[in-house]
Design a protein around this ligand. Structure first.
Ligand code: DAH
Length: 339
């Protein structure tokens, strides 16, 4: 029996020595070490031996097994190293070949404007609030001082989902929601988001567009604070040479209300003004419904159209460019990080 074992071992080691490929090596491994391999078969012969011979024979088979395993392992290292060297010798890297062109995306121009305005106001202590686009009549209109049959509802053609649910027509409902959340505490927020109105889509109108709402409530808020916030925003967006002009206007949620225009230099060198947003001091009814005593608290608010800002800023001729994902249009805004 011993002889058979040592022969088996010699034979295995010889084969391993002569092998030149990893797949041949695997075949030898299977031949000797798999369940039905020669060494496993030797182990199964234990059963036929008398009890007293079993331990010694078992130990011998194990030693042979370990020796063969070790030989296989060593050879595998050698063959793998050889294969690696061959690959390194055969494969050359041509560093002069042109690289892959990686296309880099960029932030959508509307989001660039939003992020820029958010950065500006956060730097002045405002927080950013968001609200749902599918809104209750209560927040969109009633708490903004537009009760059910208020004529000014006509100013905002509305997509109703049912009698009390609609696609918000402006970001102003986030004012109401935040006031209730703040439970009478002073607040300074801006609220960016999409809004919807029934409108034909043409170069200057879209049934969906983007607004940013601003709202500040505190004890000593005056019109001067509003004017300062607006001038800061306009000069940040369009440059420090610009000025603003406030014209009396009407919004149900503010009193007094203003339309805000930004100055520009006309072709003939004279100063012109373009309307960019609506604003005002928060109407006492809105404060009251939001949980603030209008005798103690005052507020200012504004609502600005993001598309309008981007159109003026980048001289864009059709609002629909923003929504159709034409890469030729969008690629123009690559790398415009700060506006
Ligand atoms: N919500 C108004 C609109 O969409 C814009 C607006 C005007 C918002 C005056 C305000 C404001 O907060 O004070 O037409």
């Amino acid at each position: 029996m011993n002889d058979t074992l040592s022969l088996l071992k010699q034979e295995a080691l010889l084969k391993i020595k002569d092998i030149n490929t990893l797949s041949d090596l695997e075949n030898v491994r299977l031949e000797y070490l798999s369940k039905k391999g020669h060494i496993s078969l030797m182990m199964s012969k234990l059963r036929d031996l008398p009890n007293e011979e079993r331990p010694a024979f078992g130990a011998m088979v194990n030693t042979v097994k370990q020796d063969v395993e070790k030989a296989l392992y060593d050879k595998k290292q050698i063959l793998e190293e050889k294969a690696l060297l061959e690959t390194l010798q055969n494969e050359h890297i041509d560093v002069t070949l042109p690289g892959y062109k990686l296309y880099q995306g960029s932030t959508h121009p509307l989001n660039q404007v939003i992020e820029d305005i958010e950065d500006l106001f956060m730097g002045m202590g405002y927080t950013v609030e968001e609200g749902p686009e599918l809104e209750n009549d209560l927040y969109n209109f009633e708490m903004m001082n537009l009760d059910k049959d208020h004529p000014a509802r006509d100013m905002q053609d509305t997509f109703y989902v049912d009698e009390n649910t609609l696609l918000r027509t402006h970001t102003s409902p986030v004012q109401a929601r935040t006031m209730l959340k703040m439970k009478g505490e002073p607040l300074k927020i801006i609220c960016p988001g999409k809004v919807y109105r029934r409108d034909d889509d043409d170069p200057t109108h879209s049934h969906q567009f983007t607004q940013i709402e601003g709202l500040v409530i505190d004890k000593d808020i005056s019109f001067a604070h509003l004017k300062d916030a607006l001038l800061t925003m306009v000069q940040h967006l369009f440059g420090s040479e610009r000025n603003i002009r406030l014209r009396p206007s009407y919004f149900p949620f503010t009193e007094p209300s203003v339309e805000v225009d930004v100055s520009y230099i006309k072709k003939d060198g004279s100063v012109g003004y373009i309307e960019i947003l609506g604003a005002g001091l928060v109407h006492p009814n809105v404060l009251k419904m939001g949980g603030y005593d209008p005798n103690i608290y005052k507020g200012f608010a504004f609502g600005v159209g993001v598309e309008r800002i981007a159109i003026l800023k980048y001289n864009i001729d059709d609002i629909r460019h923003f929504y159709v994902n034409d890469l030729r249009f969008l690629n123009q805004f690559k790398g415009v990080k700060k506006i």
